[in-house]
Design a binder for this molecule. Structure first.
Ligand code: 3PY
Ligand code: ZN
Length: 631
């Protein structure tokens, strides 16, 4: 079979394969396109059947029900929504419209933050495509769908082996009527470090032209300089710049005076001056208590003219109460997830909020039957991803003490296990809070939250504490992320870094106080496109180049997976995660009108070289594949 010829060819193995590989060894590539794609898909299915999927316990494929779809006529016309308001009246027109609404508007986070926070960001495009046509018709009165950015961008390439741009564009086709929203980490884009300004600008331009309308822009240290380039570029595209205040501490607690109402009011005014269309309060850990929400929103409403969009996580279990108080104080837009994808580390439930506000002065604009039916679909889909659940099954009020963002909890827990601190998890959580204070009480959200997590692990591992670190710290090398934070590479913190600790961490390294983007060399996109085109042996698109500029290694690995397996985003999720059971037959639509029928017939005994022969039927024809057994 051709694939083995190609992948076992010396050039391929050594990585020396570009377009000339095809020219110099045409015999390897002499196959009908269809057969090629079929073999690649079989190669993936064979591999995952035999070797399992990373992070999924290897077991026989569970019997998973087909997700229940709503009973709704998909031939019905899609009603115009907020997207049309933006397109017809422009950003300012949309903002005026938002301010005129009496009801509370909703953003649905099911396609982004909900699964980032509950299922380690693993929800695949397929599961979104299956329901998006319904969303367009049933949630047509939503303010926006948050469906892109944050961690979804790199996880798509890294773990799902799919193209996040393709997801965005396909969803845009399916849901043309409601605004699309993304989470952008300011100068860190969708990554974990500051990037050159021209990369930030190009990334925003391409995102806007591929479908994003509302950019929620934040800085992981609430440093406005880290957000200005992004706000400016979003405004230039004609889209909505939603600038975020990251909420930390507790405005009701006088001992946390650094993050007072005045601090947030000052920041809101600066963001308004920097060009924000909407002010977001991004409560990434779920620390905003109900009374604090009332006070904060009331004061911010007085301090600025901007509509306010509130985001929280329901980790403490107080989310709906917080939202009710925020609504009372006049918040304009609220982030919720569909019932079955809500609660705990995710957003509060749209369904519950609907009922909580029913009959009050300000109801929530949504059709409850639609929410319930769509929630049923996600309840079924969620079972596909059960191995990625965090294991948290009741509200965690301790969040008010450790302040860990919704999406970090399970990640840091995994990291702790990996370095042998699994049974000291409680200590790590407590240390996370102590490190925060040691660092001078900072905002903790990607990527600054990761630095605090890295440091907490390091302190527990090395028996460091607030007292001995100043002496013992001089002889140890701190994690790179910690050094970089204290060098100012993620920006500056209010009041500056604690100087004594900074000296201990940096030793003889220099720190900067200017914006990192001012020092970074601009990306040469032309050169990069050429380099990437050579590397991957096909013309690199602008979207490819952007992904490669942000994540070179992740993108290259993704291309390698594509070469081996083709486009596996077309597989249904149970097959993608578990492969096939013996005798099981599936249909895979590789493109519109082209379907492969695949059946697993037999798995051969292990051979002396550690491979097995897997016997399939592909569209009724027998096919054998040699697959490395790595179990
Ligand atoms: C992200 O940056 O991915 C976040 O969700 C931060 O809250
Ligand atoms: Zn969030």
């Amino acid at each position: 079979p051709f694939l083995e010829n190609v992948v076992l060819h010396d050039n391929f193995i050594s990585g020396v394969f570009d377009t000339s590989f095809i020219d110099t060894t045409p015999e390897l590539f002499n196959f009908p396109v269809r057969k090629d794609r079929g073999t690649k898909v079989l190669n993936y299915i064979g591999n995952v059947t035999l070797n399992g999927f990373p992070g999924v316990e290897k077991r026989s494929k569970p019997i998973l029900a087909q997700p229940n779809k709503p009973k709704f006529d998909l031939k019905s016309e899609i009603q115009p929504g907020t997207k049309q308001i933006l397109d017809e009246r422009g950003a300012e027109g949309l903002i005026s419209w938002v301010k005129e609404q009496k009801e509370v508007l909703l953003t649905d986070t099911t396609f982004r933050d909900a699964h980032q926070s509950l299922l380690a960001t693993r929800v695949r495009s397929q599961d979104m495509y299956q329901i998006a046509d319904y969303n367009a018709r049933m949630l047509n009165d939503f303010f926006s769908f948050e469906l892109w950015g944050g961690a979804t961008f790199d996880v798509a390439y890294r773990f799902l082996k799919e193209d996040p741009w393709a997801r965005l564009e396909k969803l845009r086709e399916q849901m043309p009527n409601v605004l699309f929203q993304m989470l952008l980490r300011g100068a860190n884009a969708v990554g974990y470090k500051n990037y050159p300004d021209n990369l930030i600008r190009e990334f925003i331009k391409e995102s806007a032209s591929s479908g994003v309308d509302v950019f929620r822009i934040f800085d992981s240290l609430n440093w406005i300089k880290g957000m200005e380039v992004a706000i400016d570029e979003v405004r230039q595209t004609g889209k909505i710049a939603e600038a975020a205040i990251c909420y930390t501490g507790d405005i009701l607690d006088d001992s946390r005076a650094k993050y007072s109402v005045q601090y947030y009011k000052d920041m809101a005014k600066e963001l308004e001056a920097a060009g924000a269309h909407i002010l977001a309060i991004k409560d990434m850990a779920g620390l905003l208590k109900p009374e604090a929400a009332y006070r904060l929103i009331s004061e911010l409403k007085e301090a600025t003219e901007l509509p306010i969009h509130l985001h929280t996580h329901d980790t403490s279990g107080n989310g709906i109460y917080t939202y009710a108080k925020a609504i009372e104080a006049g918040v304009d837009i609220i982030d919720t997830a569909l019932g079955s994808m809500s609660g705990l580390t995710s957003q509060p439930s749209a369904n519950s909020l609907y009922y909580a506000m029913k009959g009050t002065k300000r109801e929530v604009r949504a059709d409850i039957n639609a929410l319930e039916e769509l929630s049923t679909y996600w309840q079924d889909v969620r079972t596909f991803y059960s191995d990625f659940e965090s294991g948290m099954n009741s509200p965690h009020s301790e969040i008010y003490v450790h302040e860990m963002p919704g999406g970090q909890y399970s990640n840091l827990q995994q990291q702790a296990k990996a370095v042998g601190l699994g049974d000291r998890w409680d200590e790590v959580k407590k240390m996370y809070a102590r490190v925060n204070l040691l660092f001078g009480d900072i905002v903790k959200v990607t990527p600054s939250s990761k630095v605090v997590g890295d440091m907490a692990l390091f302190m527990v591992q090395n028996d460091l504490n607030e007292n001995n670190i100043f002496e013992r710290g001089l002889t140890v090398d701190f994690p790179d992320s910690v050094v970089e934070l204290f060098q100012g590479y993620l920006g500056q913190i209010p009041g500056g870094f604690p100087q004594e600790l900074q000296k201990v961490i940096l030793k003889d390294r220099e720190a900067i106080t200017v914006r990192p983007g001012e020092l970074l060399e601009p990306v040469n996109f032309e050169a990069l496109e050429k380099e990437l085109t050579e590397k991957i042996g096909r013309p690199a698109s602008h979207q490819d180049v952007l992904a490669y500029a942000l994540y070179p290694k992740v993108f290259e690995d993704y291309v390698t997976a594509q070469n081996l397996f083709g486009d596996i985003s077309v597989l249904d999720t149970p097959t993608f995660l578990y492969g096939l059971k013996l005798g099981e037959e599936i249909e895979v639509e590789i493109e519109k009108g082209k379907t492969l029928i695949i059946k697993l017939i037999e798995i051969g005994e292990p051979q002396h070289d550690g491979t097995r022969i897997m016997y399939f039927e592909l569209n009724g024809q027998s096919r054998e594949l040699v697959i490395q057994d790595m179990t």
